[in-house]
Design a protein around this ligand. Structure first.
Ligand SMILES: Nc1ncnc2c1ncn2[C@@H]1O[C@H](COP(=O)(O)OP(=O)(O)OP(=O)(O)O)[C@@H](O)[C@H]1O
Ligand SMILES: [Mg+2]
Length: 321
């Protein structure tokens, strides 16, 4: 099978919508090339309107790309062989809300050709997997948002797919609900599945993903392992809080520090290099001052996100020469 290590591969994938009477062109996805590898949890990140759902809809074969190509398990998108190995949770799933939890899953099971005792067993297993066995006979319209999200994920797993694509699986959930969905995604990974999910909640992605892609205005701005991305171009800041620092010692530290804040008896300094930290520690020790706290500020995906958004903003604002 071609591209067997790439579960998803897109090349220069683009989507232009024509909107309104005059057919104004909106570029939702712009030359997107990315790979999702077998067995990984892949985070597809970007702010509102970045083009995440549009990309996912193209991958699911729900809308056609304007240009570019994409494949799933080496098959062109929309190919029935790819669809058979695929589970999908849409961004705003439409639920037949008069169905009960088990009826809803049975309905989707039938779509995949499951019937009888095989289907009953599968429904029970899935309700258990997503912690919803108690709601098997409850109508969906009585479900909370978190319960709907969980039964939606169960639906995406009905055909025991190798690839699970979840569009905003944590949206609208409280911290406990988010943790439950995160745990569920990790269990899917443990069972050997590949998971791609979109989110603008960067903290969730940071905790879950092997790799992430970040898109803004339809373009890929960063892609790689989370640890590599957050290390790129970030300064590692260290914050020190010092007690009983005499003014002359403070004057020796001031040139080393990016920021100095006096808080009564205490001084808070922010240092941006290991060398500055070492020198400041020597000054503190020699001056017999007391180091109260030393806190490294770990860079996060959020820093990268904000940095990339600023780059895009400043490019947009730059005067045309
Ligand atoms: N059917 C459509 N017709 C016209 N424009 C569309 C259509 N669908 C999406 N768009 C536009 O394409 C862009 C990307 O939208 P998309 O829904 O893919 O973003 P998103 O990253 O999923 O955002 P969110 O985080 O809000 O879900 C937006 O500017 C949106 O208005
Ligand atoms: Mg979306």
């Amino acid at each position: 099978m071609p591209n067997s290590d790439f579960v998803i591969k897109t090349e220069q994938l683009s989507k232009i919508f024509k909107v309104g009477f005059w057919g104004r062109r909106v570029t939702a996805v712009d030359g997107l090339s990315l790979d999702v590898h077998r067995g990984e949890v892949f985070g597809f990140l970007g702010p509102n309107g970045a083009g995440k759902t549009t990309t996912i809809k193209m991958l699911m074969g729900l809308i056609y790309p304007t240009s570019g190509t994409a494949s799933i398990f080496g098959h062109p998108i929309g190919d029935p062989q790819a669809k058979a190995k695929l589970g999908f949770l849409p961004e705003s799933p439409y639920f037949y809300d008069y169905l009960t939890g088990s009826e809803f899953l049975r309905f989707y099971g039938h779509l995949f050709g499951l019937w009888g005792s095989t289907l009953e067993k599968r429904v029970d297993e899935l309700l258990d997997t997503v912690g919803m066995s108690h709601a098997r006979d409850l109508q969906l319209r009585k479900f909370s948002k978190g319960m709907l999200q969980r039964v939606g994920i169960a639906q995406a797993l009905i055909n025991d797919p190798e690839l699970v694509v979840l569009d905003e699986p944590m949206s609208g959930l409280d911290p406990i609900g988010r943790k439950e969905v995160r745990d569920l995604i990790l269990r899917l990974k443990e069972s050997g599945k590949t998971v791609m999910f979109s989110s603008h909640i960067l903290h969730d992605a940071e905790m879950l993903c092997d790799r992430v892609a970040m898109i803004m205005k339809g373009k890929l701005v960063a892609c790689g392992p989370v640890s590599e991305l957050i290390a790129q171009g970030t300064t590692h800041e260290v914050e020190m809080v010092i007690d009983r620092l005499l003014p002359e010692a403070l004057e020796r530290i001031r040139p080393l520090a990016g920021k100095v804040v006096l808080q009564g008896e205490r001084v808070m300094v922010v240092l941006t290099s290991q060398q500055a930290v070492d020198q400041a520690l020597c000054v503190i020790h020699a001056a017999k001052a007391k180091l109260v706290a030393l806190t490294p500020h770990k860079a996060s995906l959020e820093d990268l996100f904000i940095r990339e958004a600023n780059v895009i903003q400043s490019t947009k604002e730059a005067p045309v020469s």
